[in-house]
Design a protein around this ligand. Structure first.
Ligand code: ATP
Ligand code: MG
Length: 385
């Protein structure tokens, strides 16, 4: 008899011939998440992943960490035993011993149809035994405790609580994205949503020191570290943006500045994406939240982009985004004061409907390639984990 975690996945199981790839990645991510908790081994079976435990394993901590692993539909702490009825009865009793319940029921599923008893027969036999031994009564409708028994070809699993996982897909199975991380509330949530769909996030941040202080840098580093709980070890690229902004301010009309900053950021980010094999950029933009996020303006940013710009929050209200940020744990860092580089030297009334031609004209005095190259030459790299 052995106590272990059984882990079940939803979409991963559906992916046809990619299945082994998905399962391997999930198993590997589970190992990364459980470092230092006292797990002994992560084993892949054909329909689940088992986490074997050392004697000293920190079970509450393991539960907490598994709750955050992308790609897990649900999991449970199980007792694994031989698939014969005597062993199952003993294991079930041991497994529920600490639970102190007044009523219980047993539910059985058999994957092994050659097992000599039917599922209802197993439930009745084990249920009768548990009632006799613990003094609890049977309650089929509203029991304090349900004991689930799963009988497979070579083992039986007994568990009493099904813990909901986060869902999504294992990080890394959907490729890589470069997230434009600002230090605000939205972009970390956008990153998290992509990570949840299995994308590995690499980050880029533009800062205007010495025009602004370095608060945004500290914030994005912390945010990327919080996201590393599900995204694991990654890289944050820091781009000094002050000189480029100076150039824009001295050579272009004021109403277009934010959009011009954004276009330059996008061009630089695209080059970094190429360097790290990211297939898309991700932003925290949400439709019409601010002037630069009207459809017309999004289009003018999009117009110069050569790889997809993904905006997972495009249809979300600010209140919904805030709730998510609180759940993910980035909200408190995001709401600490900082000066965003895009708020520098901007007019009170920025253009909400800049046309493509207007923007192209506004940019005509800029030596775009040199500005991008300069920015790339000054790129700093920070590991986040
Ligand atoms: P956020 O809460 O993510 O800062 P926001 O609502 O403040 O978003 P904007 O400031 O218009 O919106 O920024 C829109 C998006 O552009 C951000 O979500 C982010 O993806 C990107 N962005 C803005 N500023 C920066 C920056 N300094 N570095 C990297 N990306 C940025
Ligand atoms: Mg912002």
């Amino acid at each position: 008899m052995e106590e272990l975690f059984s882990i079940h996945y939803a979409e991963v199981g559906l992916k046809g011939k990619n299945r082994a790839f998905f399962e391997k990645r999930l198993a590997n991510n589970i190992k990364l998440s459980l470092q230092g908790t006292g797990y002994a081994e992560v084993e892949r079976l054909h329909d689940r992943i088992l986490v074997h435990l050392e004697q000293r394993a920190d079970i509450p901590e393991i539960k907490e960490r598994l709750r955050q692993v992308m790609g897990i539909a649900h999991f449970e702490l199980s007792c694994r035993t031989e698939n014969n009825i005597a062993a199952i009865k003993e294991a079930a009793l041991r497994h529920i011993q600490d639970a102190s319940c007044e009523s219980l029921k047993v539910e059985t599923r058999r994957a092994d149809k050659t097992f000599p008893l039917t599922s209802p027969e197993v439930s009745a036999e084990v249920g009768g035994y548990l009632i006799k031994e613990t003094g609890a009564r049977a309650d089929m409708h509203n029991p304090d405790l349900t004991c689930w028994i799963k009988i497979t070809h070579n083992a039986a699993y007994i568990s009493t609580e099904k813990i909901q996982g986060i869902g999504g897909l294992p990080v890394g199975v959907s490729g890589k994205v470069l997230v434009m991380l600002s230090g605000g509330i939205d972009s970390p949530v956008a990153a998290w949503q992509m990570i949840k769909r299995g994308a590995k996030a690499v980050f880029i941040h533009f800062y205007s020191y010495p025009y602004t202080d370095k608060a945004s840098l500290e914030k994005v580093i912390e945010i990327a570290q919080i996201l590393a709980v599900s995204n694991y070890r990654s890289t944050l690229y820091l781009v000094p943006f002050a000189d480029l902004q100076q150039t824009i301010v001295t050579t272009t009309p004021a109403p277009f500045r934010v959009l011009l900053y954004r276009r330059m950021m996008t061009r630089i980010a695209e080059r970094v994406a190429g360097m790290v094999d990211a297939e898309a950029l991700v932003t925290g933009e949400s439709l019409a939240q601010v002037a630069s996020q009207t459809l017309t303006n999004l289009r003018t940013i999009e117009a110069i982009a050569e790889i997809p710009i993904l905006r997972p929050l495009i249809g979300e209200d600010k209140a919904e985004i805030i709730t998510k940020a609180q759940r993910i744990g980035t909200f408190d860092v995001s709401t600490r004061p900082h000066q965003d580089c895009c708020s520098l030297f901007v007019p009170k009334h920025p253009a909400t409907r800049a046309s493509l031609t207007e923007l192209d004209d506004a940019e005509s005095g800029l030596d775009i390639e040199t500005l991008v190259e300069d920015a790339l030459n000054n790129l700093e790299k920070q590991v986040v984990e």
